[in-house]
Every structure is written in C-alpha cells, then in structure tokens.
Design a protein around this ligand. Sequence first.
Ligand SMILES: [Ca+2]
Length: 545
Amino acid sequence: MNKKRGLGNVVKVWSVMLCTLLALAACSGNGGNASNSGGKDANPAAGSGPKGANTNAGGEKGSIKESEPMKISASIYDRGKVAADEGSYEHNRWTKWMDEQSGVDVEWVPITRNQEADKFNVLVASGQAPDLISSYDRNLLARFVDQGAVQPIDDYLDQYSTVYKQYLEAHPELKPYVTFNGQIYAVASLRNTRALTTVWVRQDWLDKLKLKVPTTIEELIDVARAFRDQDPDGNGKPDTVPIAGSLAYTPIIEDLFFARGWEWFMEDGKLVYGNLLDRYKDVLAFQKQVYDEGLVDKEYLTDKNFARQQQLWVTGKAGIYFEYVTMTSFPDFKKNNPDAKVVPIPPVATKYGTNGYQEEVPNYLLTVFNQNMKNPEAAFKFLDWMLADGWDDITSGEEGVHSTNVDGIPVIMDTEKYNKEVAYAAEYRLLHQDKLTAESIAAAAGDDPIAREFAQIKGDAMKVAEGTKYRKDLPYRPDFKELIDMEAQFMKKRDEIIASVVIGGSKHTPEWGAAELLKEWNRLGGEEVNKKAMEWYEKNKANFE
Ligand SMILES: [Ca+2]
C-alpha cells in the first residue's frame, strides 16, 4: 500500500465514495474528508523527501535533542467503524503502516465523535490530552487557546515544516481559521468541496406540467402549487406534497433571504444576529405561507429526523427537496422512481437579490498542539508526511487490493472490502489534498448506473453552489462567554416562536414572531451580547483579512 507515488498529483476522488458510505453528517457537516488541490498547487513534490524515507527534515535546524524519540500522540474521532478483525482505532493495519512510512511513532487516542467536548475537556483539565488535538469545533479549540492548554506554532512552522508551511502560504484563505489571538495555533487543510445544501426538483414533473425551473421565490411557489394541484405523478389522485424538507430546510430558506439564523451580519456597521434581522420576517412569512397553502408536509415541524420527509421524497410523493448535495437517499429514490429525473435548482431570487447556497468554511479538521508536547519536530514530520503522501494511500487503500488505477483515478474494486478495510482510515487524515470536482465524482462512480447518475447531478449541484456567491460577513461565529451562556436557551425558544408563527394561523403573524424573537433575545441579556459582539469583532477582525 505504499507505492502509488505516481498518483500523488492526480485529483483524488475517494471522498465521493466515502460520502456515500459515511453518515450524512460526517460528509455534509464537516466531512470525513475534505480539501483541495489534488497536488496542483499544494506540493507533494516540494515536500520533505521521499515517502518512507526517514530523513529528518528538521535535522539541521533542530533544537530538539538527538535523544528525543520520534514519537507523538494524537487524537482521532472514534465513530465505531473499525471491524473487530481489523483491530481497533489504536492498532490496525493503517496505524502500523503510518508508523513505518512516516518514521514517527504515533499513539492514537480515540475520542467518541459526539462526546468530544466532554472528553477533550476532561483530558485537558487532567493534563492527559494528547500532543495533537484535532476537532471541527473551532470554538472548543479557542477555549483551549484561552486556557493556555495549547501553544502557538509559528516558530515550529519555520523550524520543522516544509510541506505544510508551503501549503499554508499557497492557501492564505485558511489563515483566519488557524489563527487565534493573532498567532497561528492550528494546522488544517482545505475541504474537498465547500458545497453543502441545495434544492432538488423533479425535472420530469416540471416537464410533464410544462413548467420551467423556477428562478424567483414567487416562481418556486407557483411550481409548488402546480405540484400540489396538477397530479404530477399521474396516478389520478391528489396525493402529492410539493415540498419535502430535511435538516437543511430552514437554513436554506434563511439563506435565500440572506438571514441565516445563528450567523452574525454586519448591517450599517453593527453586528446583528441573523434571527433578529428585519429580513428574518420574510423567512417566517415564507415558511408560514407554504405551510398554510399545503405546499409542505404539515408534519415537518415534529418530524425530528425528517425521516417522514425523506420518505415522501423517496416514494415519489414530493417534487421539491430542500436537502444536501450529498442526498444519501438517492439510490432508494431511484429504485422507487426509475424514470424520475432530478436536477438542482440554482438559488432563487428574493426581493433582496440572489444569495448563494451555503458555502462551508474552507477548512477541514483543525489540529492544535498541546502546550506540554515533547516533540513538535516529530509532530511536523508526521504532518508533513501525511499532507505530502500519507493521505493518498489512506484514502484509496492498497492498489490492486482495494483500488485500481483507471486513467489516473483510483476506482474502488470491491466496495464491501473497501468499507471494511479502508473507510475507517479516513479518520487518520489530519491533513490531505483531496479535491472533489464534477469530473472526479463521475469518474469514481464506476459502472453502477445509479451511482453514475447521482455523480452527474451531484456534480451539477456543486457547480450550482459554486456559481453564486454566498454572503458570509464573518469567517466564523463569535465565541465569547456572554453569547455561549445564552445562545442555547435562545435557540430553544426561537424554535418555539418559529413553530408558533408557522402553525399559528392569523394570530401569530411574522411581525409577531419577529417581535417575540427580539423580546426573548433581550430577556436573555441580548443587548449586552450585542455590545460584546462588537468588542469581539474589533479584537478579532485583524484575523479575518
Ligand atoms: Ca397524484
């Protein structure tokens, strides 16, 4: 599994396979995989010596004593995906292989994915945290920075890194995310795609009813009414529900109106919480209208995991699907509706203009350095190796066993074997140079016709997402204490208020909802939080560049 050096510069496509295999959240939320530049501008070749060579990149500059063993510990997300006969997250074929190839002995510390804050807090508080702490939760890491539990790495980058140092210089868009209080604390690579959400529509229904893909929110409503009234599935019964939702339902609507609820917007020089924008009334009004007119499933508010919504889509009873570009239900959908044709709708215009679909933050996993770590040189030796080479094999598995090289693109040979023996190893990719493109997804789909069709429309959805700029005024959300202390409470109440507006008929108007939201915000200390938000902005804006 260590001799696919030739593929190092080839655009990698595995993430698409992983995305179809891993849980939706893992891919759409923050990816078991990510990143950029299949080697085009990042530089496996410019890196630290040949793969597997144990040459010491830091040797001549090193201040680390000769006696310090090339040894580190590193956290890894435990998603319970290692089969018993593969071993464990700590010890398996890949951990062994990485030790051999990188020349660094890594002790892996599994952290249960959905308990990471608790686990890391305990480890840090007790001085037991691993040398490298990796998380998608920037705010969690910011707290470790403030506590002095982790350390800045600017000097280490100069002293010990070649591959990552050049990579960061080539991708300055990462800098706001790895910088805390004016210093670099983390390493991170780019996501493999920043596309996340989209609105899918049944093109075959549009064709049948002689309708066009909607371009404005009014046209979207007109299409939904036609899907409600004109028997698009042709069974002679009024049994279609125009719109099905998912976790992305409300966020997509908010984004259409430039009003994502929990983001902050810079309005006339002041930061305003998304739910409190004047525009948020339009978000409420749209949700209420589609509910009142029966254009969305009436049970969506209590359909906690949106399972019923997905079922409506999969069984061919819904025609418009507010979803993620990963649409994990597509194979089931296609089996039920073999003649259906699905396309992504480019973001429709509202009276505020056209906002793009959500764009993910550019960074993949963030890795910070324990204040007490013994050997930062070993850490960078491993990280440079991973970014230059390691990620590639970890992603595609052993050539000839798990994957085969077709025109420079690795294609999985046996999905079941790959899932068991390779898929879990994606967790070790602390850094990588993976990049999804429409072409790479199509190539990786192999011969399966449903996979090929989905690759095609997913590629289209990614192009749609990339085609319109997504407004994001701050690179990441503020993390100051006064906000953290009240936000969860506010959100709970917020959701109740939104639900009241949607189902409340004429009694609970959007204006009523907006006033309630503001009242609740202020009741929880929101005026002070607004003030602190501006202080946070002034303190951090130099990092945003
Ligand atoms: Ca019907």
